[in-house]
Design a protein around this ligand. Structure first.
Ligand code: AMP
Length: 248
């Protein structure tokens, strides 16, 4: 059984994004980029499933610029077996990514496709769901626990105030939530070994997918600046202030 893991190169989660002066988007000049954190969780889960003897091969896929090779090499260093870069410098929306992933899934026939629940740059939370719809296959989103059981996969989903367990017939699409696992760091020897693992480069046209955007971004703005706080001398002064503001 193969597992397909789509990994996106995004602005590193520790970086404070800067909005471009003209409000057209986030300035990515000289900004540190990394693998989307939810995708690291997906790679980790795929490795654990393979280590448990329930999968034979993990294929990492990224749709993005040539530099997304670095993201794929990270996935390979963590433990993926091979990688596919679908190279484009254009901004690719979730629907186009889902169409490309469907074409790859048609070729590779994975039993499981493990995506992140959302990319932290666009916060779309759409690709996994669109892929499931395009493939006509079941989806388990916001996975907290994933257990393979023969031809099906049990997914405990994070929902408001609790967990919901769903059973999906494979091939299935699963999207990872934060508490699914703690991703490993790639060791230096594995980073070296990853350089020799196969990485194929394709283009969206190879899959016959038109990636022309369907959305135009009208404006991107910074969040409002927070007002400075005020130090109070003691608890009595704090309570008095809160009473004056009507919050105590
Ligand atoms: P989104 O729907 O954009 O929030 O992304 C959800 C998930 O889809 C991500 O966590 C990735 O697993 C996958 N994904 C989205 N865009 C890409 C991309 N350009 N390349 C590879 N995987 C992607």
């Amino acid at each position: 059984m193969k597992i397909l893991v789509p990994v996106k190169r995004v602005i590193d989660y520790n970086v404070k994004p800067r909005v471009k002066a003209d409000g057209s988007g986030v300035d990515l000049t000289n900004v540190k980029m990394s693998m989307n954190p939810f995708d690291e969780i997906a790679v980790e889960e795929a490795i654990r499933i393979k280590d448990a003897g329930k999968a034979d091969e993990i294929i990492a896929v990224s749709v993005g610029p040539a530099k997304a090779q670095e993201t794929l090499r990270t996935a390979l260093a963590m433990g993926a077996d091979r990688a596919i870069l679908v190279e484009t410098d254009a901004e690719v929306e979730p629907l186009a990514v889902a169409k490309i992933l469907k074409a790859i899934a048609d070729e590779e026939q994975p039993g499981l496709i493990l995506l992140g629940k959302q990319a932290i740059d666009d916060d779309s939370n759409q690709t996994g769901q669109m892929l499931a719809a395009l493939m006509g296959r079941p989806q388990g989103t916001f996975a907290n626990t994933v257990e393979l059981d023969g031809d099906s996969v049990m997914v405990k989903r994070e929902i408001d105030g609790g967990l919901e367990t769903v059973k999906l017939a494979m091939p299935a699409i699963v999207t990872t939530d934060l508490r699914l696992n703690e991703p490993r760091y790639a060791s230096l020897p594995n980073i070296m070994k990853a350089k020799k693992k196969p990485l194929d480069t394709k283009s969206p046209a190879d899959f016959g997918v038109d990636i022309t955007p369907r959305l135009t971004t009208s404006n991107v703005s910074e969040p409002p600046v927070r007002q400075a706080g005020e130090k109070v001398a003691d608890v009595d002064a704090l309570v008095a202030k809160m009473k004056a503001l009507g919050i105590a």
